[in-house]
Design a protein around this ligand. Structure first.
Ligand code: GDP
Ligand code: IMO
Ligand code: MG
Length: 425
């Protein structure tokens, strides 16, 4: 009916290499939404939320679970490991959060089997020096099975599961034998996995795409919580050093079953500098003491694997590309406080290779060097600022420079990990 109020799906997307601070901002936004939904990825994600001295790291469960959102959804575009899911859910339940009543899981989400994780390790080993540096959670093999039409979905667990499971496991074991990767024992892991699956079956396994669209027709609003980041997207990232899902805005539509016309705001989240975990090209990488200082100050160690995150200055080439492919309408800048002590800050404004300069993301980012512009630092403790008026002029100048370059407003600034350390402009 014309003129009927219709809800929107706003998206909060990591627009670089992940770990931008999505968890914190989803949690901060949650009171404004009826539903918070994950649309891609699985336990390769690690989304940190801090408030009042408490810290939670969520992997598969949406970051809306700690706030007021009525319903949290794990959408069809996600992949789930039941054993890890159960551990995550129980931790939340032990901390007093209601998971059971507030979480729906799509029947169409794919299951990560223990053998998918073994395959992840086997493929990485076979790649040798060209390994992706995956999180080892079985993400690639699970999405491969999805695309090969051999995968198992949550809904498959509702009837006759053991036979389907045995068939897929046997297929994986054959591949592992072909790869001469036979030194693994998943017996205990498999027991936990089956327990986890049983636990999941006691939750609401539903047609989440129908629920979301019904909610939208009723005028309710949905927040789609991104995982990973645009540079790790299977199509638009630094392939083959990427994850295996659609992390971009288009992934919201396929990963939740919503129409492009339902998309409202697209929040692109990034850090005041750059990080990357795992292998692959990273033109802004600093392998010197400046990089070490950023890592130490920003506690840049992986939330999932504990690995050192590679650090560097902000990359405007990557950001412009991500803003373009996602249709970002507002930017959210995180971890501004980490740069407090730098006299000069650099921003990568172009890439250069063999005398060729480009401001457009190249097909192959390998071998390109960053071209920098220097920006004066603010040398002020930002972490205690509570409003825009308290921000130093040099910091405002950094923001204005970025907004001009990126042609998109920065509407939220984060100055510390706590929920409260968030400034809206
Ligand atoms: P996500 O995967 O995008 O949710 O991000 P992660 O949780 O993996 O990494 C972000 C890290 O930065 C977490 O440890 C957060 O607690 C922390 N963090 C978030 N925002 C800020 C900020 O503004 N300043 C500082 N210093 N830390 C932040
Ligand atoms: P969040 O949601 C940062 C990286 C891995 C590896 C590559 C492929 O917390 O931002 P995978 O296990 O997905 O096959 O690994 O992608 N990666 C992430 N890096 N943050 C993440 O998630 C990531 N999820 C995967 O390090 O380089
Ligand atoms: Mg993370």
């Amino acid at each position: 009916m014309l003129g009927m109020r219709k809800g929107k799906v706003d998206a909060l997307l990591g627009i670089v290499f992940g770990d931008e601070g999505k968890g914190k901002i989803v949690d901060y936004f949650t009171p404004k939404y009826d539903i918070v939904a994950r649309f891609a990825g699985g336990p390769n994600a690690g989304h940190t939320i801090m408030f009042g001295g408490r810290k939670f790291v969520l992997r598969s469960i949406p970051s809306g679970i700690l706030g007021e959102a009525g319903l949290n959804i794990i959408g069809n575009g996600c992949v789930i490991a039941p054993d890890l899911f159960m551990a995550e859910a129980k931790e939340l339940e032990d901390a007093g959060y209601d998971v059971r009543g507030r979480l729906h899981i799509s029947k169409r989400a794919h299951l990560i089997l223990p053998t998918h994780r073994v395959l992840d390790r086997a493929y990485e080993q076979a790649k040798g020096k060209r390994r992706v540096g995956t999180t080892g959670k079985g993400i690639g093999p699970t999405y491969s099975d999805k695309a090969s039409r051999t995968g198992l979905r949550m809904g498959d667990a509702l009837v006759g599961f053991q036979e389907k499971y045995a068939r897929l496991k046997a297929r994986h074991e054959q591949i592992l034998r072909d790869l001469h990767y036979t030194d693994y024992d998943i017996a205990e892991e498999e027991r936990q996995w089956m327990k986890g699956l049983e636990y999941m079956l006691s939750l609401d396994i539903t047609d989440t795409e129908i629920e979301i669209n019904k909610a939208l027709r009723e005028g309710k609003n949905v927040l789609a919580e991104g995982a990973q980041g645009t540079m790790l997207d299977i199509d638009h990232g630094t392939y083959p050093y990427v994850s295996s899902s659609s992390t971009v805005c288009g992934g919201v539509c396929t990963g939740l079953g919503v129409a492009p016309s339902s998309i409202g705001e697209v929040f692109g989240i990034f850090k005041a500098y750059s990080t990357r975990v795992g292998s692959g090209p990273f033109p802004v990488e600093l392998t010197d003491e400046t990089g070490d200082l950023i890592r130490k100050t920003g506690s840049e160690y992986g939330a999932v694997t504990g690995r050192n995150r590679r650090c560097g200055w902000i990359d405007l080439v990557a950001l412009k590309y991500a803003i373009m492919v996602n249709g970002v309408t507002q930017l959210v800048m995180m971890k501004s406080d980490v740069l407090d002590s730098f006299e000069t800050i650099k921003a990568c404004v172009a890439y250069e290779k063999d005398g060729v300069r480009t401001e457009d993301m190249p097909f192959d980012t390998e071998g390109w060097h960053a071209v920098y512009k220097d920006i004066p630092g603010w040398l002020t403790d930002l972490s205690r600022a509570t409003s825009e008026g308290e921000l130093p002029a040099a910091f405002e100048a950094y923001i204005s420079f970025l907004e001009k370059e990126l042609e998109t407003p920065i509407t939220i600034i984060s100055v510390g990990p706590d929920r409260a350390q968030t400034i809206v402009r």
